[in-house]
Ligand binder design. Structure first.
Ligand code: FAD
Ligand code: FES
Length: 281
C-alpha cells in the first residue's frame, strides 16, 4: 500500500477565516473557510483537514468542496462532541486553525474514462460531494455517472437544494431514499427504504464500473455484498474509513487498523486491499 509523503508544512497550523456558515439540518452546518493570505488549500477529493479551536481541541473533517473552486473550501460539520459543538457556536468572521490536507483521497485518475456508481449514506455525502463536484467540473473525463444517496429521514437530507439540481441533470442519474418518513421535511422524498434497495435499479456494465461508497461502517457490509452480486470487481470498489484520529499524519497510532494507518494509507481504500482486515468493518 503506497503511503502519502508528508511535507514539513504538514505540522503547521494555518489560520483560516470562516466566510459563511449555513445551517443544513438540525445537526449539520456548512462552513466556508479561506486561509489567511488567500493561500489555496490544494486538496484532492476524499482528503481531510484537522480543524482546531484554540483551547478546545482538534477534529478531522473531510473537504466537501471541489478542488477546482480554489480560494476557499467547504466543510460540512455535524455537532457530535467537544470541537464540533464549539465550531457550531461560531459565527462568520471567526478564526479556526487548519492543518492539512491529509490522507489519500479518491483515485480520480483511475476513475477517469470509466462509469461510476457513487453511493453516499448520511454524512458520507460530505466527502463525496467534493468528488461529485469535481466530476461535474470535468464531466467529459468520466463515463456514465450514477449517484445514490440514502439517509435516515427527510429532515437529515444534506445539500437538499443541490440534490434537487442533480435530480434534474440529464448527464447523470440520481436517486435518493430515506429509511423512514418524518414530518420535518415532507416536501422532497424519492424512495423510502434502505440504500441497498436502490442498487438493483441502476443499469451498469460491471467491467467498466467503479463504485465509490462512503457511509457509516454498518452500511459497508450490505452495500459491498450488493455490489459484488452485481459483478463489480473488488478492485473497482473504493470506500472511506473513519477512525478516531489525533495527529492526522501517521505518528500517534490512534487510527491504526491492523498495521494500516487510516490517516495516511487512507481514509480512502480499495476494498480488494482491505477486505481481509476484520477490524476495518
Ligand atoms: C477522515 C475523517 C473525516 C471526517 N469527516 C467528517 C466530516 O466531514 N464531518 C463531520 O461532521 N465529521 C467528520 N468526521 C468525524 C469527526 O472527526 C468526529 O465526529 C470527531 O470526533 C468530532 O470531534 P469532537 O471533538 O467534536 O467530538 P468528540 O468529543 O471527539 O466526540 C465525538 C463522538 O465520539 C465519541 N467519542 C469520543 N472519544 C471517543 C473514544 N475514544 N472512543 C469512542 N468514542 C468516542 C463521543 O462520545 C461522541 O459521540 C471525520 C472523521 C474522520 C476520521
Ligand atoms: S491519527 Fe495519528 S497515526 Fe493516524
Amino acid at each position: 500500500m503506497e503511503r502519502v509523503v508528508l511535507k514539513e508544512s504538514a505540522y503547521n497550523i494555518k489560520k483560516g477565516k470562516i466566510l459563511s456558515i449555513k445551517q443544513m439540518t438540525e445537526n449539520e452546518k456548512l462552513f466556508e473557510i479561506a486561509l489567511e493570505g488567500g493561500e489555496s488549500l490544494g486538496h484532492q477529493p476524499g482528503q481531510f483537514v484537522m480543524v482546531s479551536l484554540f483551547g478546545v481541541g482538534e477534529a478531522p473533517i473531510s473537504l466537501s468542496s471541489s478542488p477546482v473552486t480554489g480560494g476557499s473550501f467547504e466543510l460540512c460539520i455535524r455537532a457530535a462532541g467537544k470541537v464540533t459543538n464549539a465550531l457550531h457556536r461560531l459565527e462568520a468572521g471567526a478564526e479556526v486553525g487548519i492543518r492539512g490536507p491529509f490522507g489519500k483521497g479518491f483515485p480520480v485518475r483511475a476513475l477517469e474514462g470509466n462509469d461510476l456508481l457513487i453511493i453516499a449514506c448520511g454524512l458520507g455525502l460530505a466527502p463525496l460531494r467534493s468528488l461529485i463536484r469535481y466530476i461535474f467540473d470535468n464531466r467529459g473525463d468520466f463515463g456514465k455517472v450514477h449517484i445514490l444517496f440514502g439517509c435516515r429521514s427527510p429532515g437529515n437530507i444534506l445539500f437538499i437544494d443541490e440534490l434537487k439540481d442533480w435530480n434534474k441533470r440529464t448527464d447523470i442519474s440520481f436517486e435518493c431514499t430515506v429509511d423512514q418518513v418524518d414530518c420535518a421535511r415532507p416536501d422532497w422524498i424519492r424512495y423510502v427504504g434502505l440504500i441497498t434497495t436502490l442498487i438493483p435499479r441502476v443499469q451498469i456494465e460491471p467491467e467498466r464500473t467503479f463504485a465509490v461508497v462512503v457511509g457509516p461502517p454498518v452500511v459497508y457490509k450490505y452495500v459491498i455484498k450488493e455490489l459484488l452480486s452485481r459483478n463489480i470487481p473488488e478492485r473497482q470498489i473504493f470506500l472511506s474509513l473513519e477512525r478516531h484520529m489525533k495527529c492526522g499524519l501517521g505518528k500517534c497510532g490512534h487510527c491504526q487498523i491492523q498495521g494500516i494507518y487510516c490517516c495516511q494509507d487512507g481514509p480512502v481504500f480499495n476494498y480488494g486491499e482491505i477486505k481481509h482486515l476484520k477490524e476495518a468493518f
